[in-house]
Design a protein around this ligand. Sequence first.
Ligand code: COA
Length: 279
Amino acid sequence: MSDSKPVPGGNEVLVEFDEGIAWVYINRPDKRNAMSVGLAHEMNAVLDALEMDDRARVIVLSGKGDAFSAGMDLKDFFRATDDVSDIERHRAYRANRAWQWRTLMHYAKPTIAMVNGWCFGGAFTPLICCDLAITDEAATFGLSEINWGIIPGGVVSKALSTLMGDREALYYVMTGEKFDGRRAKELGLVNESVPAAKLRERTRELALVLAEKNPTVLRQARMAYKYARYMDWETSAEYLTAKADQTTFVDSEKGREKGMTQFLDEKTFKPGLGNYKRD
Ligand code: COA
């Protein structure tokens, strides 16, 4: 039984399970959850473990204390990798990219970023690479890099360009001006901006909606969207048709067949008005 598995993390990453939701917290509150090399390695191990853990149907990524994350740790990531060997630096950067971008973007389970306070610089990457995001309306966001002599590097600039318009993205890249959660919603960085007192409750509500979906079809739908986005129309049509067939083939729950039977034969369900009945 997976319930007897140990809880992953426990140091710079904390995990709490709750009705199919794995709440994954960056746990460096004294450092405003700035992201270190150690955190990158631990987060990779945690996300890897949760992908195969039945206690986690949905992942919520957040930060302990009053920050989502104050970005890359200037000491324990940047300075720590300035004077090491080229190979060691490469490994640190690869570990960081792995969780912040590649893993989150292509994760087998749905992900929600819950922004509970400061969100700066490198923190935009995991924020954007989660499928959905909800923020405290009073949270503070900022691409502060320009104000202290670096560019929004890692993959921050690229990530911004997938969600924000060029004018808005360049405005914040070039000015370093801070903005709040309400503005983050206007910019399309998050799905919702809510008062701090409602943040956890609303995030939980959304996570539970996702936890009830057919997990195979949900995964296929997320991946189909993320890959089709970069294809031309002709290729997308071919890819999505093949992906739809693949989904039917790999879906052990047989959702397509059930939905059709319940609508066409049994007349017990209308796709436009609700969800088909899962076993
Ligand atoms: N890297 C390394 N350490 C950081 C950090 C970062 N990105 N952000 C915060 N910390 C550390 C501080 O150095 C301080 O450490 P100390 O207690 O050992 O002195 C601790 O976290 C608390 O930070 P502090 O600045 O005292 O908290 P605050 O509540 O007054 O301010 C912030 C919070 C987020 C406004 C401020 O910490 C900050 O500007 N951080 C950098 C944000 C940023 O520009 N990140 C982008 C990096 S690319």
